[in-house]
Design a protein around this ligand. Structure first.
Ligand SMILES: Nc1ncnc2c1ncn2[C@@H]1O[C@H](COP(=O)(O)OP(=O)(O)OP(=O)(O)O)[C@@H](O)[C@H]1O
Length: 415
């Protein structure tokens, strides 16, 4: 049937409508309000407020797992501060934002900041560290009197953290005599603070705010506000939002994950020409996103990460998890022997296991050893076993081992 637009037979011409404003479900959409983070917003405001009183804002660290609203909260408060600055002569403000990205050093971070301030051109390179810092001070001098530097993924800077020590002291040390400078660091790595060198901690550390994972009720309200704008009235069945919220809350409590689930469920309904979004769409969306997450994560695993993961998967198929490091290590040794690969010592394997925990593949539970002192760890698989086995089996180096594990998992009724 022709609807008069001439596109009736075009495969893009779906007659079903689900979304009222799909852009609201996109990653870069900026919410106007964050009622679930009122306390954190107030703490950020109190830390930034000295800038309005003619001195530097406090240095600030925001911690929390992924998708907890750290970035959106800081953006919200900085926007308000900029708005305040534009209406008064009391505050001349410049905000510089950058991400430390994977494995940055102080040198690279300084180069990133220079590029960010210049707004164009390539990152400077080929000079020594002090010259790079001097170049950064030159650029910073061209900015307004009060400078706030936001460094996302600040933990990526690792042990070469000289710049984090230098920046907050730039005024005192005469590099930026006429400026007030402060640094806001954002991190997903909850242990980063403990690993900072004492001199950086001392120089940089004024206050910290931890963003606790959202619970299912908070995620429900976040989703409801989005859904009201994003979807046509009445297309979401009652279970959809609570289910998206529950799935995300069971995992990391991430608002990003909850929003992605809702968006994907809507797309699945639409692609299937269905008039309403239902619980089954959310379940399908969860499976698709989980698989994608594992696939993406696996691409960045090193060979030894992969062997460590495979060891835990092997214990999982035999229903022997959570497992102590020693147990995982035994499995690891048999795997590398079978593959005729380089064998690491137990401590290094434990490092790989912990890194897999950080990357969301494993649950790494810490137990205190009581009077013996120190901690020991227990590891179990966090990702879906069946999907993990399936993705691992695509790697020809380990596919025979994975095939054996699939047999064991099947025999144990796990897949
Ligand atoms: N309270 C909230 N209300 C509405 N939307 C929110 C809220 N918290 C987070 N979001 C949304 O969730 C997504 C993730 O938030 P954000 O990027 O701020 O998280 P993050 O903690 O900085 O995560 P990461 O460390 O991974 O960058 C964004 O789309 C953001 O708009």
């Amino acid at each position: 049937m022709d609807d008069g637009t001439g596109i009736a037979n075009n495969p893009y011409g779906s007659t079903v409508e689900i979304f009222a404003d799909e852009s609201v479900l996109k990653e870069d959409w900026q919410p106007e309000e964050l009622p679930e983070r009122e306390d954190e917003l107030e703490e950020i405001r109190n830390s930034l407020a000295p800038a309005t009183r003619g001195v530097n804002a406090h240095n600030l660290f925001l911690y929390g797992k992924t998708g907890q609203g750290k970035t959106v909260a800081i953006d919200h408060e900085l926007d308000l501060l900029k708005e305040f600055a534009s209406g008064t002569e009391k505050l001349e403000l410049s905000v510089v934002k950058t991400s430390a990205n994977n494995q940055s050093t102080s040198y690279q971070l300084a180069a990133h900041l220079i590029k960010e301030i210049r707004g164009t051109g390539k990152k400077p390179s080929g000079i020594d560290q002090q010259s790079m810092f001097d170049l950064l001070y030159d650029e910073l001098r061209s900015l307004n009197e009060t400078i706030i530097i936001v460094v996302d993924e600040i933990d990526s800077i690792g042990s070469n953290d000289d710049l984090l020590y230098e920046l907050p002291r730039a005024r005192k040390n005469g590099h930026l005599e006429d400026h007030w400078i402060s640094v806001i660091g954002i991190s997903n790595d909850l242990e980063f603070r403990d690993n900072l060198s004492p001199k950086v901690k001392d120089s940089l550390y004024d206050s910290e705010i931890e963003f606790a994972p959202y619970n299912a009720n908070q995620l429900t309200s976040i989703l409801e506000r989005r859904a009201e704008r994003a979807f046509i009235d009445g297309v979401l069945t009652d279970d959809v939002i609570p289910l998206c919220a529950a799935f995300a809350a069971q995992d990391e409590g991430s608002a990003r994950q909850a929003i992605r689930l809702l968006y994907k469920a809507g797309e699945i309904a639409l692609n299937n020409e269905q008039e309403t979004v239902e619980e089954s769409h959310v379940r399908e969306a969860r499976d698709i996103l989980e698989r994608k997450r594992i696939e993406e994560g696996m691409r960045s695993l090193t060979t030894q990460d992969q062997f460590a993961l495979l060891s835990v998967v092997a214990l999982e198929t035999a229903e022997e998890t959570p497992a102590r490091t020693r147990q995982v290590y035994q499995k690891y040794k048999s795997i590398v022997t079978r593959l005729d690969s380089n064998q690491l010592v137990e401590r290094r394997v434990r490092d790989h296991l912990q890194s897999l925990g950080m990357q969301g593949f494993l649950i790494a539970e810490t137990r205190n050893r009581g009077i013996q002192g120190g901690n020991h760890y227990r590891f179990e698989l966090k990702t879906d076993l069946e999907a993990t086995l399936e993705i691992l089996s695509e790697d020809s180096r380990i596919d025979e081992i994975v095939a054996d594990l699939v047999d064991i998992a099947t025999a144990n009724g796990l897949v």
